[in-house]
Design a binder for this molecule. Structure first.
Ligand code: SAH
Ligand code: SF4
Length: 352
């Protein structure tokens, strides 16, 4: 089987060219065709000698994900459905920032990217885990979502959140390879500071990421400040309880300048007790993190509900009143996004 040219970095490509007895400067030319000019066949790489193009075509391909569907419209959020080579599907979501809300940041175009097909972590409120885990995405499938979203929309993506399907930190090697390509100046050229990884709390991988040289941002799907609440809704907490997670966040803060974000979905009668808010104040303060409160988005087949707006505000007031930087967005019409259980949350996170 041939290798995807979308999966190679400059060093790897240079090594491959040496094996083919070709000059190293060809690597730059090839990367320019792949990521800048974005040709769809090796044949189109016209500044390469025909013999090299033939050699490349025998071993490499430029297969892309297949765009099968778009939901939404240009001035709002658009969701793309992509078919993978094995017939599986992933989605990604392109979110424009609203000029009314964001002024100078209005040119921000955020893409919410998937990292796995399905998810093994089985959080009780989440649509992605409902069907269990199928497989990891490869680095070219992760970076390929950005390439295709830009091609379909005709717009340059300048902010990426790894908040689509899957647990990105459970696919760390492929994720970091994709990030290398996404951030490379020969690649998609998006600064690491404009990338946010979200995790449900994989402690060893959080520490690994804290040691990683790039200044990537980190969001934690917290959703409960006590072990009691987290245990009930997030099975991952049985492996790494809140104390371990907090220790990993301290480790992050000791190594990174990027401020942490704690995501907190408000679910009626499950994690919205005001005592939980008081405990969340302690956690956020200790982790020097800001908090995003997100009223629960209804998922078909799950029985959870969001609390009343008044209750969400009361929860928020406790955070604000205790000096925690936090947001709560309570716009109407949340069920418009019901088809994608997480769309709204992605929007929240993306617009931080
Ligand atoms: N697995 C990672 C990355 C996925 S991000 C993680 O959990 O962080 C997806 C985000 O959507 C997570 O913060 C998740 O908690 C949230 N989410 C899942 N189901 C939701 C729902 N029904 N309403 C609102 N947010 C939801
Ligand atoms: Fe997986 Fe994240 Fe959904 Fe939990 S919230 S099931 S970790 S995608």
């Amino acid at each position: 089987m041939s290798v995807s040219l979308y999966s190679l970095n400059e060093v790897e490509l240079t090594e491959q060219l040496a094996v083919l007895d070709e000059k190293s400067y060809r690597a730059r030319q090839i990367l320019d065709w792949v990521w800048n000019k974005r040709v769809e066949s090796i044949e189109e790489m016209t500044n390469l000698p025909a013999t090299l193009r033939e050699k490349l075509a025998a071993q490499y391909n430029l297969h892309r994900l297949q765009h099968t569907k778009t939901q939404g419209s240009e001035d709002t959020t658009r969701k793309f459905l992509f078919r993978l080579h094995d017939g599986r599907y992933v989605e990604c979501v392109l979110i424009p920032a609203s000029p009314a809300l964001y002024g100078a940041k209005a040119d921000r175009r955020t893409l919410c990217v998937s990292s796995q097909v399905g998810c093994a972590y089985g959080c009780k409120f989440c649509a992605s885990g409902l069907d269990g885990f199928t497989r990891n995405l490869t680095s070219d499938e992760i970076a390929g979502q950005v390439l295709l979203a830009e091609q379909i929309s005709g717009e340059k993506v300048n902010n990426i959140v790894f908040m689509g399907m899957g647990e990105p930190l459970a696919n760390l090697p492929n994720l970091l390879k994709a990030i290398e390509i996404i951030t490379a100046h020969w690649g998609l050229n998006i600064g690491a500071r404009h990338l946010t990884i979200s995790t449900s709390g994989l402690v060893p991988q959080i520490k690994k990421l804290a040691d990683h040289h790039q200044q990537i941002r980190l969001a934690i799907s917290f959703h409960g400040a006590s072990n009691e609440v987290r245990d009930r809704i997030m099975p991952v907490n049985q492996k790494w309880p809140v104390e371990d997670l907090m220790e990993a966040l301290h480790y992050w803060n000791a190594r990174k300048r990027q401020k942490l974000t704690l995501e907190y979905i408000l679910i009626k009668g499950v994690n919205d007790d005001l005592d939980e808010a008081r405990l969340l104040v302690k956690r956020a303060t200790a982790a020097r993190a800001k908090v995003n409160l997100i009223p629960y988005n209804t998922v078909e087949g799950l029985e959870w509900e969001r609390p009343s707006s008044e209750h969400c505000r009361a929860f928020h007031s406790i955070l604000k009143g205790n000096g925690v930087v936090s947001t709560l967005r309570l716009e109407k019409g949340h069920d418009i996004d019901a088809a994608c259980g997480q769309l709204r949350l992605k929007q929240e996170k993306a617009e931080q």
